[in-house]
Structure formats: C-alpha cells, structure tokens
Design a protein around this ligand. Structure first.
Ligand SMILES: Cc1ncccc1N[C@@H](C)c1ccc2c(c1)OCCCO2
Length: 115
C-alpha cells in the first residue's frame, strides 16, 4: 500500500506571527484589563476562582524567553486570558465585554494570518 507521508506545517514564521499578534492585542483599545497580571489583593476572590492566571505581559515575557514550544502553545495561553475573563466576569460588564471583544479580534486576526 502507499506509504503515508504526514504533511509538515511550515512553522518558520510562527515566532514572528506570535510577536505580531501579541503587539496587536496589546495595542487594542479594549486590552486594558489584560495588560498586566490581576492583582489578587485588588480583586477579592480572584486567586481562589482562577487557577491559571494569564495576561499579555506574562505572554510577552514567555515569548521573549522562548517558553512557547510552538504557535499552538502560544494560542493556548492567549485563550486562557479570555477563558479566565469569562469565568470571573459577567458578560454584561465592562471587563466581560472587553474580553469578548478581544477574543473576537484575536480569532479573526490569527485566522487571517494563518489560513
Ligand atoms: C481581567 C480581569 N478580570 C477580573 C478582574 C480584574 C481583571 N483585570 C484587572 C487588571 C483589573 C481591572 C479593573 C480593575 C482592577 C483590576 O482593579 C480593581 C478595581 C477595579 O478595576
């Protein structure tokens, strides 16, 4: 039978793509709740409810220190920001709406860049 050859994805530009995507997330007008780690002293209950905190500055740090195995592990961390936001914030709240807007923006941009 014919030998099965896995089509390798070209991951050459993935690091540059992550940097572009992260810069666009940080520059978005609705990014303000996600730019730095949530200070659990300023936000009662956050530390208990959110098991894996994540924010854009932490993602930037991890990217700079080569902590992401590939594009997928980067996207997992970005989605963690938005999933944490949905878990802790009402949809109909300032931060909740910002999270939905940012997720919509991210989904659109990485699909454009990678599809
Ligand atoms: C993403 C997220 N989810 C849930 C709660 C907060 C946050 N973001 C942090 C950065 C934040 C935003 C607004 C804040 C705040 C802290 O300090 C307490 C006073 C009100 O103003």
């Amino acid at each position: 039978c014919a030998k099965k050859v896995k089509l390798a994805k070209d991951d050459t530009n993935d690091l540059a793509t992550c940097r572009v995507l992260l810069a666009e997330l940080e520059g978005h007008q609705d990014a303000w709740p996600f730019l730095s780690p949530v200070n659990h002293k300023a936000v009662p209950g956050y530390r208990k409810v959110i098991k894996k905190p994540m924010d854009f500055s932490t993602i930037r740090e991890k990217l700079a220190n080569n902590r992401y195995l590939n594009l997928e592990t980067f996207i997992i961390d970005v989605n963690l920001v938005f999933d944490n936001c949905e878990k802790f914030n009402e949809d109909n709240s300032e931060i909740g709406r910002a999270g939905h807007n940012m997720r919509r923006f991210f989904d659109k941009r990485w699909t454009e860049l990678l599809r």
